[in-house]
Design a protein around this ligand. Structure first.
Ligand code: SF4
Length: 686
């Protein structure tokens, strides 16, 4: 077995899965990957990976990898040459743009791809096609974080670094399950809690960290705003506000405090389902710790009030002066390996590379001069959910999606399918024949992280080098090269894909990449902002916020539209989650052996709800929402309270997103995956 050979070479690269950004040493012999180990000298993971990262090489040469471009002919996807696929794409895009204008075309870039590839994709859409219709999966995960933190602080990124867990006195984890979704960071939290660091967990599910928590607040899904208002109320009520910090560093406090004082605590207690004394105790722990950090995940953002909740978490940090030093701050746990980078590189419809507003004439001009084009419009493009609406309405004719299985992972699957099948041209760049790729007119086989070089930016703003371990498997190409090939064929003067020169170009337009060079990223990367002197930044907002003063904003809690509209007919709430073994749609982890460890999505259900509906452990349950129904196996557990259920969406066999709602965050348009009104019954005849 060649897999037991001694390694000839070891290449250091970065994990393709979550936003922790673990460094991996990949051993090869005769061009074959033997193993992955975790380097001890890597600052991010110090000799540790999780189950996903350890086996992250097993999918790359899987027999099901796409190995040829395909074009749909007479309804069937057929293998074609790269030249034929490119000619087809260029002709169709050119014709459709002439007939319907550039805004009839849209792209979804990939948080799995490198910074350089994301930069290129948004450049292609803006400078070559001539539209701002570019977005990425941040829309369906942390877009409320980016917007909320930009509003409160001026920068939509983590204020501190994961290493700060070592120095903090209190961790507040809200709407995140780090031991499953960010396991290396989760392990650090667990160790810190065991050594005495205070831990507050706020979640509708009794996640693993809850067992180590000093305070576990198990709230009803969709009530984060009410619960955080209660915490803010008690901090003020107990005289724990840091008035000096508030005076020197913030604005908007007087109005904010006046609103908080008017809160009806009885009502909030009933809404959240959490005893007020438990909330008071947690608030006192957070506010009286010398240094307190918060961590949040998709249980904060994937709500109709997601952006507001992020701003409240910022309010909590500011009211207690927990900003600008070691062991404090607001720290979103980013989901995808490079979702921070995709947004940094401008894969979003309102801001280009470096977060400059494309609607501001001077910024728009700056981009156009830099890209040597006059094509970039000054209006905001479509966000992902708006793309689907526009496709159904007939206004959007072309979509090009890189590395995102929107059919399996975006909410309301039937609506997504309807949108994609309404397009005149649908291009998918992928590793495997996903549920989304099956609907494409053109499929382009991309390369995995092991087959290309570039950079990923992790959740603590750390730009790290991804180094090619093996050549792209025959028939595939690095995603950046595919984009460049099309740019060149559409007449744009774009140099071939090379990560060092791309990074140099990026450093000329993205202000916080100014001092970044390919060579100097070699060991442990650098945390942006990286000024001209090349220094790395572990903590931001030390003396002042990017926006000057930090902004306090008060928000009233509002019941989710999903519950208001459908709660009477569908009395239970499902919230979605992740399991350790799998990553998102599972296209990679189901092909690494992890699929043998965890083989299916299951419905977590409380014993009372199960008994009320005649359901036993292991029974198939028919779960119906206003959008559709799925049959899924019940697992009876005390992890969820009566009235609340939970499940994953790692497997296409179940297609949990058939039932999720297309209610979105009112500000950032992030879908509300976390509150789905359903009714249940034992499945018939299963
Ligand atoms: Fe690290 Fe996340 Fe990869 Fe696990 S999935 S090895 S925690 S980067």
């Amino acid at each position: 077995d060649s897999k037991t050979n001694e390694p000839e070479e070891v290449t250091r690269t970065v994990c393709t899965y979550c936003g922790v950004g673990c460094n991996l040493d990949v051993a090869t012999a005769s061009g074959e990957i033997l193993s992955i180990t975790a380097p001890y000298d890597a600052e991010v993971n110090q000799g540790h990976t999780c189950l996903k990262g350890r086996y992250a090489f097993k999918f790359y040469d899987h027999p099901e990898r796409l190995r040829s471009p395909m074009v749909r002919k007479n309804g069937v996807l057929e293998n074609v040459s790269w030249d034929e696929a490119y000619s087809y794409i260029v002709d169709r895009i050119t014709n459709i743009r002439e007939e319907h204008g550039p805004d009839s075309i849209a792209g979804i870039s990939s948080a799995r791809c490198t910074n350089e590839e994301n930069y290129l994709m948004q450049k292609f859409i803006r400078a070559v096609v001539g539209t701002n219709n570019i977005d990425c999966c941040a829309r369906v995960c942390h877009s409320p974080t980016a917007l909320g933190m930009q509003r409160s602080f001026g920068t939509g990124a983590a204020t501190n670094s994961v290493i700060d867990i070592k120095y903090t006195d209190c961790m507040m984890v809200i709407g995140a399950n780090p031991t499953a979704a960010h396991p290396v960071t989760g392990a650090k939290m667990k160790q810190a809690a065991m050594k005495g660091t205070k831990l507050i967990v706020i979640d509708p599910r009794e996640i693993e960290l809850a067992k180590y928590a000093d305070h576990f607040l198990q709230l009803r899904p969709g009530t984060n705003v009410a619960l955080l208002n209660m915490m803010l109320y008690y901090i003020i009520d107990e005289g724990l506000a840091d008035l000096a910090f508030i005076e020197n560093r913030t604005e908007g406090y007087d109005d904010f405090v006046a609103n908080i004082k008017k809160l009806d605590i009885n009502a909030m207690e009933a809404i959240t389902g959490v005893n007020r004394e438990e909330v008071r105790a947690a608030a006192i722990t957070y506010a009286s710790a010398p240094n307190a950090m918060s961590f949040h995940g998709l249980g904060v953002t994937e709500h109709s009030q997601g952006t507001f909740t992020v701003q409240q978490i910022a309010d909590l940090a500011m009211i207690t002066g927990n900003i600008g030093r070691r062991g404090v701050g607001v720290n979103p746990l980013r989901g995808q390996n490079n979702v921070q980078g995709a947004a940094d590189m401008g894969a979003q419809p309102h801001q280009g590379a470096g977060y400059m507003d494309v609607t501001k004439p001077e910024m728009n001009r700056l981009y156009m001069d830099f890209y040597k084009t006059d094509k970039i419009p000054s209006h905001i493009g479509y966000k992902i959910p708006e793309m689907f609406d526009a496709a159904i309405a007939g206004d959007l004719k072309v979509m090009w999606i890189i590395g995102e299985d929107v059919v399996q992972t975006d909410p309301n699957t039937n609506k997504v399918k309807k949108a994609l099948t309404s397009l005149d041209l649908f291009i998918v760049q992928e590793l495997f024949m996903t549920e989304t790729a099956m609907l494409a007119d053109v499929v382009l086989p991309g390369a995995s992280f092991l087959e290309k070089s570039g950079t990923f930016t992790n959740g603590e703003r750390r730009v790290q080098r991804v180094n090619k371990v093996v050549e792209p498997i025959p028939g595939t190409k690095a995603d950046g090269q595919i984009i460049v090939d099309v740019m060149q064929r559409m007449g744009y003067d774009q140099a071939d894909y090379a990560p060092d020169t791309m990074l140099e170009e990026i450093s000329q337009i993205v202000p916080f990449f100014k001092g970044i060079t390919w060579e100097e990223l070699a060991k442990n990367g650098k945390q942006w902002p990286v000024p001209e002197d090349g220094s790395s930044t572990e903590i931001i907002h030390i003396d002042s916020f990017k926006r000057g003063k930090g902004l306090f904003t008060y928000f009233d809690w509002r019941e989710s539209e999903e519950i208001v509209e459908h709660g009477a007919e569908y009395p239970y709430i499902i919230t979605t989650n992740r399991e350790l073994e799998h990553y998102n749609c599972g296209a990679m982890t189901r092909r690494t052996g992890n699929g043998e460890i965890l083989k299916e999505d299951v419905l977590l259900i409380n014993a009372k709800d199960a008994a009320d509906n005649g359901i036993a452990d292991g029974d198939m349950v028919c779960v119906t929402s206003a959008r559709g129904k799925v049959d899924i196996k019940a697992r009876i557990t005390a992890e969820v309270k009566p009235g609340v259920m939970s499940t994953t969406f790692h497997f296409p066999e179940i297609m949990v997103n058939l039932i999720t709602s297309d209610v979105h965050d009112s500000e950032a348009k992030c879908p509300e995956y976390k509150v789905v009104a359903v009714k249940i019954r034992k499945s018939k005849g299963v």
